[in-house]
Design a protein around this ligand. Structure first.
Ligand code: SAH
Ligand code: TMP
Ligand code: ZN
Length: 405
């Protein structure tokens, strides 16, 4: 049995998606075929309950100069981070000369607000291009992987951080021991580490199997994050459920004994026990759900093709790599996918090589059906594309189950 990357316990594998390409490797017609492949399989630790991948992709294969994801691609996410930055400015960053470090600052969507308030900050992100976007907005960024050594250097040059914030990034980092050693070196004695990530409870509840891909090395729950914090000498003191990305959680971690644990945390731990997030049956049910969804989605797409209906994909998400490659969706079923990210347009999806085109291509003319791969942005996208509905178009979703609306 594989060993847990957090506690060394035994990891019980519950799903094997087989050989899968790196999810954000949008290739050009010239580089198609050069994608890095690995075995995508997920398991749950029988000791600390952390859900994790069985195989680690070398980090340079995922996060580099050409990493295409932009946090600013969703106006909902933009408002979400802006609101949280304002809250921090009024609370943990309200003291004398405060300092915040963001791990995985991407294009500066969150730190922009902090920068405008004139508060000392530093974003750390290894993907060079996203850092350039942030710098163009005046955000201070260091192009590097946050880890033990980086954190020590920042502590030496800038002093202790009152807040270390990280959204949708720590789950991408297998080497959590190094992260927490870094946090220990950098965080002020009464500072907080705030993590935000997709929530395992929502993923299981909605059978959102496409949240499993290379970058999502861990799927966090309150129970597993509490154990993780404790393993590395910290304490989880608060949690806050969030609606973004199909259900997320914000975790506040402090040095032991510095803050009193909230009642929300206790309530959510009880809810997770009731939901069975530590029980093998939950993961067996999930595995059956993945196979069912995939089968139903393929049947639907093949039926539509047989009826001569047109289908276009919407949102060339990293998540879509799992659905597309595991279920076996190719350009013969979905001839192209619309996506607003310039860095993805004109490229081909990893593995399946479906062309990515700008959203303008969606209405030229509208297809009969649109397969929504960015289902976590369903409200934002449906509102933006109301014209498609008005023209009689129908959306296909596969979370929580395959359905047409
Ligand atoms: N925080 C943003 C970006 C999430 S995408 C948001 O929530 O929208 C994940 C980001 O983490 C990428 O920009 C990637 O380059 C970065 N990343 C990956 N490993 C990292 C590490 N060790 N340290 C800092 N950033 C990292
Ligand atoms: P995410 O699910 O990882 O956040 O990725 C969302 C993808 O969907 C990203 O490539 C941008 C794209 N997108 C659109 O094309 N139009 C939109 O309105 C939104 C919100 C996202
Ligand atoms: Zn464990």
């Amino acid at each position: 049995m594989a060993k847990c990357r957090i506690c060394g316990g035994a990891v019980d594998e519950f799903f094997d998606f087989g050989r899968q390409p790196v999810s954000d490797s949008f290739v050009t017609p010239e580089t198609a075929g050069s994608e890095f492949y690995f075995r995508l399989a997920a398991g749950v630790c029988t000791n600390c309950t952390m859900v994790q991948l069985l195989e680690e992709v070398p980090r340079e294969q995922m996060f580099h100069e050409d990493y295409p994801y932009r946090s600013s691609g969703s106006s909902v996410m933009h408002r979400h981070f802006e609101a949280f930055a304002h809250r921090l400015l009024e609370t943990d960053l309200a003291g004398d000369d405060p300092f915040i470090v963001e791990i995985g600052s991407n294009d500066g969507t969150m730190l922009k607000t902090v920068q405008k308030a004139g508060v000392r900050h530093l974003g750390v992100d290894p993907s060079a291009q996203v850092g350039d976007f942030a710098r163009a907005d005046g955000v201070r960024v260091r192009t590097a992987f946050f880890e033990d050594a980086t954190a020590r250097e920042i502590a030496a040059s800038d002093g202790p951080a009152d807040v270390i914030f990280s959204a949708n990034t720590t789950s991408h980092i297998p080497y959590m021991d190094s992260i927490f050693r870094g946090v220990d070196a950098l965080l002020a004695s009464d500072g907080v580490l705030v993590l935000e990530d997709r929530y395992l409870g929502s993923i299981m509840e909605q059978n959102a199997f496409d949240q499993i891909y290379d970058e999502h090395f861990y799927l966090f729950s309150v129970s597993s994050v509490r154990a993780m914090a404790q393993t590395f000498g910290f304490e989880l003191v608060d949690v806050e459920p969030l609606t973004v990305h199909g259900g997320s959680m914000r975790y506040t971690i402090a040095r032991p004994g510095k803050r009193s644990p909230s009642t929300t945390m206790t309530e959510l731990l009880a809810r997770e026990r009731a939901q069975g997030l530590a029980s093998p049956q939950t993961y067996q049910r999930f595995a059956a759900g993945v196979r069912r969804s995939c089968g139903e989605l393929m049947d639907l797409l093949k039926d539509l093709r047989a009826q001569g209906r047109t289908v276009v994909g919407y949102g060339a998400t990293a998540k879509s790599a799992t659905v597309i490659n595991y279920c076996g969706i190719g350009p013969e079923l979905v001839p192209f996918i619309c996506d607003s990210t310039e860095a993805k347009q004109g490229r081909l999806t990893p593995g399946s090589h479906i062309p990515v085109r700008p959203p303008a291509a969606f209405s030229e003319p509208y297809p009969d059906y649109a397969l929504l791969f960015a289902w976590n942005h369903v409200e934002e996208i449906m509102a933006k594309e109301q014209g498609f509905r008005d023209a009689g178009g129908k959306w296909i979703l596969y979370v929580p189950e395959v359905h047409v609306v």
